[in-house]
Every structure is written in structure tokens, then in C-alpha cells.
Design a protein around this ligand. Structure first.
Ligand SMILES: [Zn+2]
Ligand SMILES: [Zn+2]
Ligand SMILES: [Zn+2]
Length: 944
């Protein structure tokens, strides 16, 4: 058992560093370097370095290197005041309702479990790194000129590109966004390395490097690697293990001890790793980092590779700052409490539970912390990934910063009140606790004033924050952002535009997309489609504007940056969000975050102006200098008209599918969403005052089966519960500007202005209205009147009247067989449209659109075609563009004539009830018609 104290470690390291004797050539070169560099350091430091670079690389580089250096590189190398290594806590603040600054949270360094502080990294690991990767690390100024000259020399002879990179340069390469040009990258890498050396201490660079390096098995950093390869805490690694671990990073697939496959040299990963481990140990011995005894011991140690750290192998740290003892849990003496041990150093108690030493931050603080970290990374040109996240969070936690957040405690409290009380969360039938996340934006500022990333009070710091980390499929809640918003904006549609409510395409006769109720109703206005969340209309509308227009709009105008250009699924299939299902139905490859959805919806109540939603505004350093200002990115995404249309449609959607989201005494505008498998439920909506996006689902996805019934939207319910509280005392406010809107009535068959003819559609007798009204801006109404409804003499027999219908029509009412003929309208359909109906027939097209008696068939020139019915069985004897009355045929008339003759014969009176077909004809048209056309023939034969 080893006892570590920080002071001791520091002393030890200093001694070791001083004991190192550099090679004489190096000492001379170093002296030369220091003289050269020192001379120019203050005024001409950068220029001198440029000169050296140019000198070294002149043979290789051709062209206007000088100009390039001056313009591209020197401008980027600015030294900043070093604000690292302060070990000061940071603080977060918010403004209370009186505008006074209140403290929200202390940010401590101890809260970062995956990060390895320099103090915790074994000396042997640091020395192994230096020995094998960069032997002059503690001496050089970021660039090792000896190896650089060598590398340039080899490069000149076309021999390899690796080598010559110091740990600092490797770090720069690893953390910096890729530059496109190779020469530029190399030169900039050198300059940035020198800059890092000025800004950071050697310890900080080494710490960052060892936390950053890729260690194979999707792991970055030595702390995680120690756990994955040796099942140990980093602090517990032996010299042999340190040498093995650092050997992996040179080529993580080759030296990965878990690689069982043989490489070109016939060796597995463990054998390769052993080879390089010995190289490392030899270098350490040669460079004087270890003694011969240490070397001998390490060489014979048999390595045991093991994944994951057992609880008893965890490192526990004495909470007593002055003591600072650290030790493996299994070596400590039990205290009375199960998750407590006694400190052998000071006698105090050491907590050993999973998260014993970690303070829990709220989801809001977590989010703000991460955004600040990201802003720092952006400032430094560092690529944003998990390691950068850990590095900058660590830097914030110890850098003494003052962070001003956008939190509104009143709103956050309302949110916490509901989400932390599990009885408020809609219950499900399965045992799994449903999860939910919500982000609330204040429409007056566009800032995030409250957010929550999960239900209940159990929160693990840096655990899953479902409000900002989770990519979730959005279902229909995406439609206003990617279909209808861009559709209004492009001018392709208005709320009164009629779009087909039929499948867009067929796979082996099966139509896609399906509507939620599995039914299609031929066509709808956009207004009605939004109200009822109709998938087919969304897809067909997207077809009008094009997926690329929508995709680019979403990414560039609405900040939906989680949409993916290209994504390779586990199956190897390459998918993209630039497609119908992701954009029109919300079936994205990965999904979007709750925060992204809230941010994008907040554009509508802000009159179409996008503002990047922030959680923090400014960051000051410990001296009171502002080091970060989080300026809102602002641009116009939608016109005022589009925003007004959206208020109008989304108010109706809340009246329709989004009923659960209503707030008493307040107007709500919004859209529900349900993913295809019913695993995620959404509501995204807004009032004049606030915008919120809500997700409801499970961490382990399963079908949402609500106790209260799936007709309810649990996300809408949570929206209403929280936002009702938040809106208390706020006056009811309307966002729709009705003064700009005019009613217009459109024909659902032609999409043009409705005429009286449209209301006289044959189907209207069954209550099928072929006109719909919606409100639009003047000028957005269709410019033409319907030309699809065509007036005909329509017989009560259920088809267009023929000459016999007219004969029947002239009979007396008392005959009981009198036909009624009225003016009604048929719909002119083209042959292609008829084909479309036939294809949709077995896919859930509502029966009223499959009737034969309303269709007037024309060819592509608009000339009469011959209509044989949707099934191909109507009009067996008549070639007409429409269904002719099937009842009053020539045969029926002759039969009627015969029956009249018989009636006039007094000896033949016993058949008054024989109705034949004529009797039926007095009934209004039956919905099940057309009657089987073979029936009259059979009757005929029977009588004859
Ligand atoms: Zn202690
Ligand atoms: Zn019409
Ligand atoms: Zn008739």
C-alpha cells in the first residue's frame, strides 16, 4: 500500500527531473537555442521562430511561404495571460426577479471523475511517456528542433511523415480541428505547440496529453484505459503496467492487448504490446528514469488484463483537505457505516460509495458548465469532443471563473416542482419509470431560463441529461420546422393549399407513408393536415419544396445541427437525414435534442427571428476581466407572415391532437409528436411569453402505454402542468394577427377556389363536404375557380341519367317507380388520377373516394375517356366517361311496360309486389352502389 500526498509527490518529481542529465549535444543545442531565442524573445520571438522554420523547411517548401506565414499564422499566435493552474473554485450566478445577482453554484474540481489530475498520474507513467514519446519533453519549448530537423531531412527523402513530434505537438494535433493543407498543418502545429508552452505549464500539457490520447477500445485518456486494460485505478498501476499502457497509444489497434487476431507479423496484440513495453522500459532505464532493480522487477511482472474496476479496487480519498490521504478501498478499515472506511493517516472517515465525494449539480448548472467549456474550446480552436469537454470542465472548475447564467429561478422552481415529484409524471403500465425532459425559453430574450434532464430527485453529476445530451427522434413535432414552416416561407403553400392525402409511393403495393389512423382521405388543406397531424400530407408537401431545401433550412436557419448528412447504421446501411422520413415524419437517423427543438420553436413567437438559445451570458476571470461573452447569434429564419400562419395552424393543432397541452386562461400554440413505434412522445409549443419543448419516453426504449390511455399525450400534460404554473398572473395573450387574414374556401378536388358546383358534389348527399375553409393573407388565395366539378343530370338510381331515367322521371309519383333527376356535380379525374385511386384502394383510402358515381374521366388532353369504374366493372354496356344510372336500363323500362300492361289486364292482378328493380330506384342512392350490373339481366331472364 502506498500513501500519496501531494506535497511529497511534487518534491519527488522535482528531484527526479533535476537528476536527469541530458546528452552533451542536447545541452549545447539547448544553450544555443536559449541564446538565440532569448535574444529575440520579447520583441521578435515569433519572427525568429519563423526564420528558423523557413530555414529548416526552405528546401521542402516552395511558393510564397513568407506571405503565408505572415497572413495565416502569425495572426493566430497571440499570447494570452495564463489563467491556468490557479486551483480556484468557479461560481455560477443568476439574476433574481429584482435584478440582483444571486449565487447559483460553486464549481469544484473534485466533480470530474474521468479526468486524471497531474497529481494522480503515477510518476512511472509520466516518465514512460517522456521516455518513449518525447525524451526532451521537460527541456524543449514545444518543439524539439533536433528531431524536427531529422524529420524534415527524412521527409525530404520521402521517408515517412511521423516522428519529430513532441508531446506538445501531438497534443496540438489531437485537440485541434483539422487543417486541410498538410504544410499549413505542420507549420501551424509547430507554432501552436510553442504557444501552448507559453500558456500552459509542462505539468498541464502532460496532464492534458495523457487525458486526451486515444487508447483503443473507444477510450481516451489514461484513467479510463487503466480501468479497461488493468481493472485498476490509475493511481494503482505498477511500473510494468504503466509501460504497457503507454505503449498502446503509439498504434492503438496494433498494440491493443485485447487484439486476438494476428497481424502481418503473425503476432497478436498482447505480444506486440509486450514488445513495445520492453522498448519503453529499456528507454526508461537508458534515460535514467528507473533503476536497474526497478527495471528487472518490471520485466518479470506478469501482466493481468482485466476490464472494469471492482468496488474494492477503487481509490478512496480522505475528505480532510489537510490530510489528502488516498488509498485502495480494500486496504482500509471498515467504519460502522457500510460505505465508510477509516483514514489510516488522520483517523477520519472516508466515504467509499459510488458518488461519495461528488456534489450533485442541477441539470441547468451541468448544461451551462458544458456550454462555457464549449465556448472556451471554440476560442482555442480545439475540436469539441468528450476529451475536450473533460479538459475544459476541469479548467473551469479550477480556474476561478465567474459565470453569469440565464436561469430564471421562478420558472426553474415550477419545473422542478413537477419533475421531482414522480406522482406528477404520467404513469405507464410497464414497470419501467418513464423519463422526460423539458427546456423552457423566455420569448422576451430567447434565452433558456429553465431546463430539466430527467424525472425524480436522483441525479448523478454529469449523468444523462436528456434535455441536451440525448438525441431523440421527434416524430411529427418536427413538421412545423421542416415541412410547413419552410413551405410557407418558400411560398409553395398557404394554410388553404390543398395537398394529396394519399401515399407518396408504393413498395410492392404497400403505400408509404401511413397516417396514424392508417386511413387516407384523398386530399386536405394544409390547415387541416396540421390540425390532424397527417403524415401523407407532410410527405407530399415536402415533395413540393424538396428535401434539400428543407434540410438546409433546418440546419442553417433553425439551428437543428444534430441532423446528419450521412450516417452508417450498424447494418452498414448509409442513411441521411436529408430524406422524407427524417424531415417529414421525424424519423431521424439519430434524432434531435430537446434543446434544439425548443430553440427552433422559439423562432415562431419571436416573429420568425432565430436567436441562439443560451444558458450563460458572460464569464469573468478571477481578476474581473471578461474572458467570454456569449453573443446570441440572431437572424431572420421566417417572415412575419410565416410566423403568423404558424400561430394560426398551431393554435388549431392544440385544439386537435395537442389538447393535453392547453393552459387555462392562456393561448397555446404547438405540435405533438409520436415516433413510429410509439416509443417517444413530444410536445413543442409556445405562448406569447414562453416556448417549451417536452420529451417523454424511456431510457430503455419501449412502447409508451399510459395508464390514462394512449389518446393522451404525456408530454402535452407535462407542458400544461409546468407552464400553467409559470403563466400564473400573466394576461391572456393572442399571437395570431387576424387583421392580416381573410377567409377563403377551396375545393378539395381541384385545390382552387370553391364554387357552388363544388358543394353539389354527388358525395355531399352522404355528408362528404368537398370544400374547406381556411384563413390566408390576401393574395395567397387560389387565383382560379374550380374547374374539376362538372354539372350533370344525376339520377336517383345512382349514376348520370340516361334516356330511360328520363322516361321513369316522367311517371307519376303514385307508380312507385318514378326516378328523380337533379343537377349534381361529378369530379373530372384524369386517367392518371384514376390509377392513383386504384393503387390507394387496398391501402386505407376512405370508401367515399372509391365510389364510381362521382367520377368523370378525362384523358390527358381533357377529352372524355371511357370510365369502367374503379374496379373495372361499371358501365358494362355503355361507353361513357362516367357511371350511367345502372337502374333505369332499357330492360328495366321494358319490364315496367310489361307490368303496366298486366296490371291493366284484370285477370292478371296477383303480382303487385313484384318490385323488380324499378321499386328500389325510388330510394335515394344507396351508399353501397353501384348495384351489380348483372342483376337486371338476371331479372330480365327470370321474367322472360
Ligand atoms: Zn485522512
Ligand atoms: Zn370543385
Ligand atoms: Zn336512373
Amino acid at each position: 500500500m502506498e500513501v500519496y500526498t501531494m506535497a511529497e509527490k511534487k518534491k519527488k518529481r522535482k528531484a527526479q527531473r533535476q537528476s536527469w542529465k541530458p546528452h552533451w549535444t542536447l545541452r549545447i543545442l539547448k544553450r544555443l537555442w536559449l541564446i538565440a531565442f532569448g535574444a529575440f524573445k520579447i520583441a521578435l520571438g515569433a519572427a525568429a521562430t519563423v526564420a528558423i522554420i523557413v530555414g529548416v523547411c526552405a528546401v521542402i517548401l516552395v511558393g510564397s511561404v513568407g506571405d503565408y506565414l505572415e497572413d495565416e499564422i502569425l495572426s493566430q499566435v497571440e499570447t494570452e495571460e495564463k489563467d491556468y493552474g490557479l486551483n480556484l473554485n468557479s461560481y455560477m450566478y443568476y439574476l433574481d426577479e429584482n435584478g440582483d445577482i444571486q449565487k447559483l453554484q460553486n464549481i469544484f474540481a473534485e466533480n470530474n471523475r474521468e479526468w486524471a489530475d497531474y497529481e494522480d498520474i503515477p510518476e512511472d507513467l509520466i516518465h514512460a511517456t517522456v521516455a518513449i514519446e518525447d525524451k526532451r519533453f521537460f527541456e524543449h519549448q514545444g518543439v524539439d528542433w533536433i528531431t524536427t530537423v531529422k524529420a524534415c531531412f527524412f521527409m525530404f527523402f520521402g521517408n515517412g511523415d511521423r516522428g519529430g513530434s513532441t508531446v506538445t505537438q501531438q497534443l496540438v494535433k489531437n485537440v485541434t480541428d483539422n487543417w486541410s493543407v498538410t504544410v499549413q498543418r505542420k507549420v501551424q502545429e509547430i507554432f501552436t505547440a510553442i504557444e501552448y508552452e507559453r500558456r500552459y505549464s509542462k505539468e498541464e500539457i502532460m496532464e492534458w496529453y495523457l487525458n486526451e490520447i486515444y487508447m483503443g477500445n473507444r477510450t481516451n485518456g489514461v484513467r479510463m484505459a487503466a480501468s479497461i486494460y488493468f481493472g485498476k485505478e490509475l493511481e494503482s498501476l505498477t511500473l510494468a503496467e504503466c509501460a504497457s499502457l503507454i505503449s498502446i497509444t503509439n498504434n492503438p489497434s496494433l498494440y491493443n492487448p485485447y487484439r486476438d487476431t494476428l497481424d502481418a507479423g503473425g503476432m497478436n496484440g498482447r505480444e506486440r504490446n509486450r514488445e513495445r513495453q520492453l522498448d519503453t522500459l529499456n528507454e526508461m532505464l537508458a534515460q535514467g528514469w528507473i533503476t536497474q532493480e526497478e527495471y528487472d522487477e518490471a520485466v518479470v511482472q506478469e501482466l493481468v488484463f482485466k476490464r472494469g474496476i471492482a468496488p474494492e479496487d477503487r481509490m478512496a480519498k480522505c475528505p480532510n483537505e489537510a490530510c489528502g490521504y488516498k488509498g485502495i478501498v480494500s486496504t482500509l478499515t471498515h467504519a460502522e457505516e457500510d460505505d465508510m472506511r477509516y483514514c489510516p493517516n488522520c483517523g477520519g472517515k472516508i466515504p467509499v460509495g459510488e458518488d461519495a465525494s461528488q456534489e450533485v449539480y442541477s441539470y441547468y448548472v451541468d448544461t451551462a458548465l458544458e456550454e462555457v467549456a464549449q465556448a472556451f474550446a471554440e476560442r482555442d480552436g480545439v475540436e469539441w469532443n468528450d476529451t475536450a469537454k473533460r479538459f475544459y470542465k476541469q479548467k473551469i472548475a479550477s480556474g476561478g471563473y465567474h459565470i453569469y447564467t440565464c436561469l430564471d429561478m421562478r420558472v426553474q422552481n415550477a419545473l422542478d416542482l413537477i419533475y421531482q415529484d414522480l406522482s406528477q409524471i404520467p404513469a405507464v403500465r410497464s414497470g419501467q419509470q418513464p423519463q422526460s425532459a423539458m427546456v423552457i425559453i423566455d420569448n422576451s430574450t430567447g434565452d433558456i431560463v429553465a431546463l430539466i434532464g430527467g424525472v425524480g430527485t436522483d441525479k448523478v453529476h454529469d449523468g444523462q441529461n436528456r434535455a441536451v445530451d440525448s438525441k431523440l427522434q421527434t416524430g411529427s413535432s418536427i413538421k412545423p420546422l421542416t415541412v410547413y414552416g419552410p413551405g410557407f416561407e418558400s411560398g409553395a403553400i398557404s394554410p388553404a393549399t390543398v395537398v394529396k392525402d394519399m401515399p407518396q409511393k408504393y413498395n410492392n403495393g404497400v403505400g408509404w407513408p401511413k397516417n396514424d389512423n392508417r386511413k387516407y382521405s384523398y386530399s386536405r388543406t394544409i390547415y387541416s393536415a396540421i390540425t390532424s397531424s397527417v403524415n401523407a400530407v407532410a410527405v407530399n408537401t415536402l415533395e413540393l419544396i424538396g428535401t434539400s431545401y428543407s434540410y438546409n433550412f433546418a440546419k442553417e436557419q433553425l439551428g437543428l445541427t444534430s441532423l446528419l448528412d450521412s450516417y452508417t447504421a450498424a447494418s452498414g446501411q448509409i442513411m441521411s437525414d436529408d430524406d422524407y422520413a427524417p424531415l417529414a415524419l421525424g424519423a431521424q437517423t439519430k434524432g434531435l435534442t430537446v434543446k434544439e427543438m425548443a430553440n427552433a420553436f422559439a423562432v415562431f413567437p419571436n416573429n420568425g427571428i432565430y436567436r441562439e438559445a443560451r444558458t450563460f451570458i458572460r464569464v469573468y476571470d478571477h481578476n474581473g476581466n471578461m474572458v467570454l461573452e456569449n453573443e446570441q447569434e440572431i437572424h431572420e429564419a421566417f417572415s412575419e407572415k410565416t410566423a403568423n400562419y404558424m400561430h394560426y395552424c398551431l393554435a388549431a393543432a392544440v385544439g386537435g391532437t395537442g389538447g393535453n397541452a392547453r393552459i387555462s386562461g392562456q393561448n397555446v400554440y404547438g405540435k405533438t409528436g409520436t415516433t413510429a413505434s410509439n416509443k417517444d412522445r413530444w410536445f413543442c409549443g409556445y405562448t406569447k411569453y414562453y416556448t417549451a419543448a417536452v420529451w417523454f419516453g424511456f431510457d430503455t426504449p419501449e412502447v409508451v402505454n399510459l395508464v390514462m390511455g394512449n389518446g393522451n399525450n404525456p408530454a402535452g400534460i407535462l407542458f400544461s402542468k409546468v407552464l400553467s404554473q409559470v403563466h400564473q398572473g400573466l394576461p391572456k395573450a393572442e399571437l395570431i394577427d387576424y387583421s392580416k387574414l381573410r377567409w377563403t374556401s377551396v375545393c378539395l378536388d381541384s385545390g382552387k377556389l370553391a364554387t357552388e358546383a363544388c358543394t353539389m358534389d354527388v358525395r355531399s348527399a352522404d355528408g362528404i363536404q368537398r370544400t374547406q375553409a381556411a384563413m390566408v393573407y390576401p393574395g395567397d388565395q387560389p387565383s382560379q375557380y374550380c374547374d374539376k366539378h362538372i354539372s350533370v343530370d344525376y339520377c336517383s338510381g345512382g349514376g348520370v341519367a340516361c334516356e330511360y331515367c328520363k322516361l321513369f322521371a316522367e311517371l307519376e309519383e303514385s307508380t312507385g317507380v318514378k326516378a328523380k333527376i337533379e343537377k349534381k356535380t361529378l369530379v373530372k379525374l384524369t386517367v392518371e388520377e384514376l390509377e392513383e385511386l386504384r393503387k390507394a384502394k387496398t391501402n386505407g383510402l376512405q370508401p367515399e373516394y372509391l365510389r364510381d358515381d362521382y367520377i368523370y374521366l378525362v384523358d390527358k388532353n381533357g377529352k372524355d375517356a371511357i370510365f369502367k369504374g374503379i374496379e373495372g366493372t361499371a358501365n358494362p354496356k355503355v361507353d361513357a366517361p362516367y357511371l350511367v344510372c345502372p337502374v333505369h336500363t332499357k330492360e328495366a323500362w321494358e319490364e315496367y311496360q310489361k307490368s303496366v300492361e298486366k296490371e291493366e289486364d284484370p285477370e292478371d292482378t296477383e303480382d303487385p309486389d313484384d318490385p323488380g328493380k324499378p321499386d328500389d330506384s325510388t330510394e335515394p342512392a344507396e351508399p353501397t352502389q353501384p348495384a351489380d350490373p348483372t342483376v337486371p339481366e338476371e331479372d330480365d331472364g327470370g321474367v322472360g
